[in-house]
Design a protein around this ligand. Structure first.
Ligand SMILES: C[S@@+](CC[C@H](N)C(=O)[O-])C[C@H]1O[C@@H](n2cnc3c(N)ncnc32)[C@H](O)[C@@H]1O
Length: 297
């Protein structure tokens, strides 16, 4: 069974919802476009391919890859290949890309693995980064938009729906003791109150926010794999240098959770946007590590 098959099993209406949600956040993704280098751009895990259209309209030559046959089907006539992230160099050719874009994909690579379907391992992300490094030209760009882990420390959440946290913990492949590189643990401390690491609370909240019909898929994903600065260090160790990074709350998250889940801490950032260049590149843009003071870099 491939990673994508093991991640599937969604009913048709849940699939429609999944793809509709990806397309709906296109505005949030458009910021990535201004960091794209002129030339050939790969959108990894492109889903049904809306970002490819935005990139093509901005004058880039585009190619997409996605290991889900349903994504390739929905991408239609766009230039999309059925492949995993770690196959990027084989699919596109070594040193053939000016930019690689990963929009909300690396957490899925972490959660489901590549073709090996290994769940919850940093090594799956590593394999993807090695492939991107090989596929990029000197000075090529890697643009990552993905979940970001909140600051360490305990948090308490209140949840409106009885049984929701227990159900989440029962189904999460990341619950404590299952040997994944990230673990989720929450303890009930009152009728509607739970305590644990802030990141565990956030993983519950970000799964819960998408509602019942998305639960089967979202519960299998760990969204905030690293803190903003940690992620930068991890990617840099693969031969990239950081150009800029920032974190933010994805539009809609606060509203979706209002009245359903409350935290005893400030609502944390949900997403990070990181821009890297292949080490040793010409560096057309000044290197500015715009990482917020809260990250304590
Ligand atoms: C949350 S969607 C994001 C889609 C699109 N990039 C966007 O921003 O809307 C994640 C996508 O990553 C794909 N994916 C999952 N595992 C992958 C892997 N190992 N390599 C490449 N893509 C993967 C999924 O099939 C899915 O289309």
């Amino acid at each position: 069974m491939t990673a994508v098959e093991s991640a599937g099993g969604l009913e048709a209406d849940a699939l429609d919802l999944y793809y509709a949600r990806m397309s709906a956040s296109i505005g949030d993704k458009a910021e990535m476009v201004r960091h794209v280098r002129p030339g050939r751009a790969l959108d990894v895990g492109c889903g049904s391919g809306e970002l490819l259209d935005v990139l093509a309209a901005a004058g880039h030559e585009v190619v997409g890859l996605d290991p889900a046959p349903e994504s390739v089907r929905r991408a239609g006539a766009r230039n999309v290949h059925l492949a995993y992230a770690d196959e990027a160099a084989e699919v596109c050719g070594p040193h053939s890309l000016d930019t690689v874009v990963c929009s909300s994909v690396l957490h899925e690579v972490f959660s489901y693995g590549n073709a090996d379907a290994v769940v919850g391992r940093e090594s799956s992300v590593s394999a993807a980064l090695v492939a991107f490094r090989r596929a990029l030209v000197p000075g090529g760009r890697l643009i990552v938009r993905d979940g970001v882990m909140p600051a360490p420390g305990p948090a308490r959440i209140r949840v409106d729906e009885p049984g929701a946290v227990e159900r989440f913990l029962r189904h999460s492949p990341f619950r404590r003791g299952h040997g994944t590189d990230r673990e989720i643990h929450l303890e009930q401390v009152g009728p509607d109150a739970f305590e644990g690491e802030f990141s565990s609370a956030m993983e519950f909240a970000f799964t819960y926010t998408w509602g019942e019909r998305s639960f089967a898929r979202e519960v299998r994903e760990f969204y905030g794999v690293f803190r903003l600065a940690e992620y930068a260090r991890f990617v840099q160790a693969h031969g990239f240098r950081l150009v800029c990074a920032r974190e933010y709350v994805q539009p809609g998250y606060r509203d979706h959770l209002a009245g359903r889940v409350s935290f005893d801490r400030d609502f944390p950032a949900s997403n990070g946007l990181w821009v890297y260049e292949v080490d040793g590149g010409a560096g057309r843009e000044r290197t500015v590590a715009r990482i917020g003071p809260r990250q304590g870099l």
